[in-house]
Design a protein around this ligand. Structure first.
Ligand code: ATP
Ligand code: MG
Length: 478
């Protein structure tokens, strides 16, 4: 079985290694082996051995395990190849250290993607680790953008080159991008298409493509080696090439996450607009239509008593429509939030709900104030986020909890604003798919503001939404 990945150098994943036709049982005293994952170690196109794992507890090996094993096998191949290349022990050790550093850098990039979908942070990590890996003076990441290659991140010198664009057709990085082949150049500047593309860099450069699923997403450009002479060697090319494979996956993952998130925000905004349109239609337009009926009746009637009665009825209706419009406007953009700050806006929100007999909210707000008792204002985005979070959570209590009371706390502790909205209503099963955009929108808003959100809910015991946001104060706040 262990010869198989060498004869046919592709990954092999099995739920039970004993079931495979090539298996003829284990030698006496061999430990048990159930599930199996083997990947070939390929050096210069030839399989030299394999790396295998067995007995994964709890579940079979999956696609992610296979990818990880492939990365490990690739770095193993580089280490083995270099060890065979250098007879001298000192050089062997250096090259082994380099391979280990490469693997570490790759792992860090992979880990960064695990929790991070912010493309610019991922690019920064890739640029810094890639530069250290090949010991270059600078490293640029060029990503494809509408037919051009744009410098999207840089480490070392050239950090201010962020708006530079190169044409794909004709330029050396464009060639690497199209051919998916790495290249080493003596003088990058002269290989660029036009004067305006100039990087101001005449030194040695190493270019490797960022390839994800067989397609280029960009190019890594390492400029000017700092150690080991004036050229990037074959080893640097290999090391940066392997690193680029993982980096490309990271970039592609973050790019698609960013797209999904934009789509979700647009959908959420669309939903919110739909909701206001409905409210305007159902409440305000209906009462204006009612007013029209009353006024026409008054015009038709010849009897002064009737006209009097109808006109007072109309005035009443106008009053209630004005109140209705005020409520809508306050919901859309609470004036108190701009003028008086978060605490006052939350009090007004709670007051409106109590007044309409909609919901009885116990509110506790503890936010810093200055010596005269005025609030020390937070950044607009933070105040908006907290307000909208509380507003949506309370709307949900009214709509779904089946109860008429709730509790809200907004408390500033150290550098954090801790928000909690709780009800003892009927609760729901969290994580189940829902049609709503409320919870999704809450989550996005809080994350965009640099915070975290947690929803706990159990049928019968109720729902609690907690969030932590950075207590970032406005620049003019003292
Ligand atoms: N406080 C709560 N009590 C009980 N169920 C809740 C509560 N909050 C949310 N839910 C449940 O979670 C679901 C999702 O809520 P979400 O706010 O995302 O959507 P929605 O309120 O149904 O619609 P939308 O907010 O887009 O108008 C709700 O449909 C409801 O079943
Ligand atoms: Mg909702």
């Amino acid at each position: 079985m262990l010869g198989l990945p060498i004869e046919d150098p592709v990954p092999l994943r099995l739920a039970d290694v004993g079931e495979h036709p090539r298996s003829y049982g284990f030698p006496p005293g061999h430990p048990p082996m159930g599930n199996f994952l083997g990947v070939p170690i390929v050096i210069r196109g030839q399989a030299w051995g394999n790396l295998y794992l067995t007995e994964k507890p709890g579940a079979d090996f999956d696609e992610a395990d296979e990818q990880t094993a492939l990365v490990l096998a690739e770095w193993t191949a580089i280490a083995v190849d270099n060890a065979r290349l250098y007879a001298d022990m000192g050089k062997q050790r250096d090259s082994l250290e380099r391979a280990v550093r490469g693997l570490e850098a790759t792992t860090e990039v992979t880990r960064a993607v695990g929790g991070e979908t912010d493309l610019s942070l991922i690019l920064e990590t890739i640029a810094k680790r890639g530069r250290a890996l090949v010991e270059a003076r600078s490293l640029l990441i060029l990503l494809e953008d509408a037919g051009e290659l744009r410098v999207t991140a840089a480490a070392g010198e050239f950090e201010d080159h962020s708006d530079l664009r190169l044409t794909v057709a004709g330029s050396a990085p464009g060639q690497v991008f199209k051919s998916l082949q790495p290249s080493r150049l003596r003088d990058l500047d002269s290989a660029l298409l036009s004067e305006s593309d100039s990087l101001g860099m005449g030194g040695e450069s190493l270019l490797v493509p960022l390839v994800f699923r067989g397609k280029s997403v960009g190019v890594l450009v390492a400029l000017d080696p700092l150690a080991g002479g004036s050229e990037f060697g074959l080893e640097s090319e290999q090391v940066l090439g392997s690193f680029a494979a993982s980096a490309a996956t990271a970039v592609a993952t973050a790019q698609s996450a960013a797209e999904v998130s934009v789509r979700n925000s647009i959908e959420a905004a669309e939903r919110e607009r739909g909701r206001w349109a409905r409210e305007l239609h159902d409440e305000s337009l209906q009462s204006l239509a009612g007013l029209r009926v009353v006024l026409s009746a008054a015009r038709r009637s010849g009897n002064p008593d009737d006209v009097d009665r109808l006109l007072s009825q109309a005035v009443e209706q106008v009053d209630s429509t004005i109140a209705e419009m005020r409520r809508l406007i306050a919901d859309l953009r609470p004036a108190t939030l701009d003028e008086l700050g978060l605490a006052a806006a939350l009090e007004a929100l709670v007051e409106r709900l109590r007044w309409g007999d909609v919901l009885d909210v116990k509110l506790r707000v503890e936010l810093a104030t200055d010596a005269t008792g005025n609030p020390i204002r937070f950044l607009g985005q933070i105040e908006d986020s907290v307000y909208r979070l509380v507003q949506e959570a309370l709307t949900n209590v009214v709509k779904h909890a089946g109860i008429d009371r709730a509790r809200v706390e907004v408390i500033e502790v150290d550098d954090e604003i801790r928000v909690s909205i709780g009800d003892r209503g009927q609760g729901f099963v969290t994580g189940a798919s829902s049609d709503g955009f409320g919870l999704l929108g809450m989550h996005e808003r809080v994350v965009l503001a640099g915070g975290t959100l947690a929803v706990t809910s159990e049928p019968e015991t109720g729902t609690t939404i907690t969030a932590k946001l950075p207590a970032d104060h406005r620049a003019d706040a003292r």
